[in-house]
Design a protein around this ligand. Structure first.
Ligand SMILES: NC(=O)C1=CN([C@@H]2O[C@H](COP(=O)(O)OP(=O)(O)OC[C@H]3O[C@@H](n4cnc5c(N)ncnc54)[C@H](OP(=O)(O)O)[C@@H]3O)[C@@H](O)[C@H]2O)C=CC1
Ligand SMILES: O=C(CO)COP(=O)(O)O
Length: 338
């Protein structure tokens, strides 16, 4: 049993707090929003973001960051990616040397193109950072449906520690040393999910969805491997696994936002309608920046950017993808010599 805090009380923070508490840990949950803490403390349920998931009386909810951070064995950072830097900055004075911070948010910082654990490390140099990611919608984790994720850390014993705190019969945790691969798979799949949603919004079918998932993981892998990720990670839970769930699930906010755009909504109108954070919109621009920096081709993500930021018609973006230069499926495969 450990003392853990979840920093961020949205749907994912709330679901993970429930898992950690069920496993016998002492759990505190911090939110910047006073009304959210009051609701969670009195109703023991996040009525807006995770209705139907009852939370134990033992979980402590607070807006006091100092008490949420000091003396905890593990901090789970679950605020949306655009708030990772500001939240880390605020946490820094209370974080002790080597204190463990597990990032569970998914994104890349738009201005700096930095993955989230790098931002945490920059703002809190004394912290030990790790990640937890995979195909895991809060709505299903909250009601105990079988789910698998992967914990990534620099050292095996740290990943195994995270595994031991989170794992139970409905939440299976694997370990991995490939933090950058896990992070990039998580952030970039949101952009492909927007594309999958757009295809749904246009009324396209299963063939199109399968094409986006398969070619999507190809371009995610191209960039991630250029940045130091291992190919196996992209074909694992935090790569293809998360891409499948987000492109297919009714719970996916990125897919839903894309679907609205496919039906004619503007990006801003779609984001307002979805209400929760649509991180693919932020990661789309960052992904293009990284593609340029590392000299890799990301055609689907390029077309998503055109739709999002240049008001390019979704249907035309699909035609652009279909009529790109003729290619071989796997660039590195060798042909029989003539
Ligand atoms: N939901 C899921 O199934 C999963 C989510 N994730 C990732 O977890 C992260 C959090 O997502 P999720 O919980 O779903 O998001 P939600 O939209 O459900 O909640 C986000 C929370 O952050 C709060 N918030 C608003 N402003 C700030 C701020 N300035 N600083 C800190 N917090 C703020 C929000 O408050 P308010 O309600 O007032 O806006 C809300 O409580 C994301 O990166 C997401 O990709 C990962 C796996 C699964
Ligand atoms: O990453 C997530 C679930 O794994 C949340 O993003 P989506 O809601 O778009 O799928």
């Amino acid at each position: 049993m450990a003392k853990v805090s979840v920093i961020g009380a949205g749907s994912w923070g709330t679901a993970l707090a429930a898992v950690l508490q069920k496993n016998g840990n002492d759990v505190t949950v911090w939110s910047i929003i006073k009304e959210e803490v009051e609701m969670l403390s009195s109703k023991r349920e996040h009525l807006d973001k995770l209705p139907g998931v009852k939370l134990s009386e033992k979980i402590v909810f607070t807006t006091d960051l100092e008490s949420a951070v000091k003396g905890m064995d593990m901090l789970v950072l679950a605020v949306p990616s655009p708030f990772i830097r500001s939240t880390s900055k605020n946490m820094c004075p209370f974080v002790s040397e080597g204190q463990l911070i597990v990032n569970v948010a998914k994104g890349i910082e738009e201005d700096t193109l930095m993955p989230l654990p790098d931002i945490i490390k920059q703002e809190i140099p004394q912290a030990e950072t790790a990640v937890l990611s995979g195909p895991s919608h809060a709505e299903e984790v909250g009601i105990g449906l079988p789910t698998t994720v992967v914990a990534g850390a620099r050292k095996k014993e740290i990943a195994e520690y995270i595994q031991s705190l989170f794992m139970n019969q409905s939440f299976r945790v694997y370990t991995s040393p490939d933090m950058i691969g896990i992070e990039l798979g998580a952030a970039l799949k949101n952009v492909i999910a927007l594309a999958a949603g757009m295809a749904d919004g246009l009324g396209y079918g299963d063939n199109t969805k399968a094409a986006l998932i398969t070619r999507g993981i190809k371009e995610i892998s191209r960039l991630a491997i250029a940045m130091g990720a291992k190919a196996e990670t992209l074909s694992g839970l935090s790569g293809i696994g998360d891409l499948i769930v987000t492109c297919a699930s009714k719970h996916s906010r990125n897919r839903r936002a894309g679907m609205l755009m496919g039906q004619g909504y503007s990006m801003d109108a779609a984001m307002k309608e979805v209400k929760m954070v649509v991180e693919g919109v932020y990661s789309a621009k960052a992904a293009m920046g990284l593609a340029k920096k590392y000299g890799v081709s990301m055609p689907i993500i390029e077309q998503v950017n055109a739709v999002l930021f240049e008001d390019y018609p979704v249907k035309d973006a699909v035609v652009n993808l279909m009529l790109r230069d003729k290619k071989t499926e796997h660039e590195d495969m060798l042909w029989e010599q003539e």
